[in-house]
Write a protein that binds this ligand. Sequence first.
Ligand SMILES: Cc1cc2nc3c(=O)[nH]c(=O)nc-3n(C[C@H](O)[C@H](O)[C@H](O)COP(=O)(O)OP(=O)(O)OC[C@H]3O[C@@H](n4cnc5c(N)ncnc54)[C@H](O)[C@@H]3O)c2cc1C
Ligand code: HEM
Length: 398
Amino acid sequence: MLDSRTIEIVKSTVPLLESANTALTEHFYKRMFRDNPELKDVFNLSHQKTGRQPAALFAAVLAYAKNIDNPAVLSAAVERIAHKHTGFSIQPAQYDIVGHHLLETIKELAPDAATPEVIDAWAQAYGALAGIFIGREEQLYQQSEQKDGGWRGHRTFVVKEKRVESEQIVSFLLVPEDGGAVADYLPGQYLNLHLDSPELEHKEYRQYSLCQAANGREYRIAVKREPGGVASNFMHDKVQVGDQLQVLPPAGDFFMEVSTETPVVLISGGVGLTPMRAMLDQLLTLGHQADIHWLHACDNGAQHAFKNDIQQRRQAHVNLNTHIWYRTPAETDQPAEDYHAEGLMNLAKVKDAIALDGAHYYFCGPLPFMAMVKEQLSAWGIEDSRLHYEVFGPHQAL
Ligand SMILES: Cc1cc2nc3c(=O)[nH]c(=O)nc-3n(C[C@H](O)[C@H](O)[C@H](O)COP(=O)(O)OP(=O)(O)OC[C@H]3O[C@@H](n4cnc5c(N)ncnc54)[C@H](O)[C@@H]3O)c2cc1C
Ligand code: HEM
């Protein structure tokens, strides 16, 4: 429990934090990787280069300082970050490293403002937050371990099947090397792979959404080849059937839990369809009663992953409706059959179908795509509690 003086001092540093902005976290990561280079095998260094992780950490630090006297505001973010951390197998001792570099960063960037009182207040505030994360992460580790087929840390899986789903997306069916069961998950959750190979400069953790409903035996993920991407190109070009991969238990706070009477609208752009496919699979497997809408946007037929699979499901389930947009259809793409509209997704075209009382909306895709979806749904008066989205990278509010 932080005392009122500590809270007051931390809040008084908000203008300082705001003026430093992401320079704060960029400096923090630079000194941490200099002194603790082993963490280069833990963090995604592409997210450092693009600045997305320093931005995510800065947003979290600032939100904490602003709301330190009202922790309830932070609970959703704490839950999301804790899930993210468990995917990287973050351990309590690592909090000391991060705390040390955070305090040193404040001293180095603001030597005049960093009085012993300010540093002491931030040390206490950091310790309190670290304690919350450590406690929640331990709970999540235990939950993963105690499930049927569950485990903690790394487990060796073998690639049982590698299947081309579109020009840029390949799916991998993974089974545990030990031949045992695998833990269930909620549709929307993801796996973390820890890739290690002499061909990679560092070990790389990457998250991939599970793209089918849980079945206790195996996991399927689908990976899009990203231009210049370290892990996705490795997965496409090097990982073959029979190869072993190190896998962390399913994690993530983006998941679907709805009653069978709740209309569900699944909206995806590009490879953002992976968590949606797991949700659809689960809804259909459990005999969902209410309407389900599958909205998907991609470039054209060659980029349209799981096309036949979704079409077959639509034919078999009267409550499943599909709405497909192709940005630039190829001559061979058949309107009405392969896609329903040309250009970028525009929800106004399907408002009558999808603006349903009590419906829940799940969406995933590139950030500008999701921002457009959120803006349109919010403009129809749909409250935030019915809007759920996943960012395929360091979290960013839409
Ligand atoms: C919860 C979650 C679920 C996910 N689910 C999926 C999924 O189901 N399927 C899927 O394919 N992906 C998914 N992802 C994304 C996935 O984890 C990887 O981020 C993705 O595969 C790219 O990894 P990479 O190593 O190939 O690219 P990285 O090497 O990480 O690079 C990412 C992008 O940044 C660019 N970049 C790198 N360095 C620089 C630089 N210096 N300047 C500018 N740009 C740069 C690269 O060119 C590339 O386009 C998910 C992510 C999260 C967080
Ligand atoms: C109180 C301390 C901490 C805070 C506030 C914090 C905050 C964050 C935030 C905001 C994210 C992004 C979450 C998201 O994308 O949803 C994140 C991711 C991450 N954190 Fe932490 N974190 C803390 C401690 C730690 C520690 C101790 C480690 C271990 C070294 C760590 C390692 C990571 C890693 C590896 C990621 C993913 C990075 C990526 O995808 O590029 N964090 N953290």
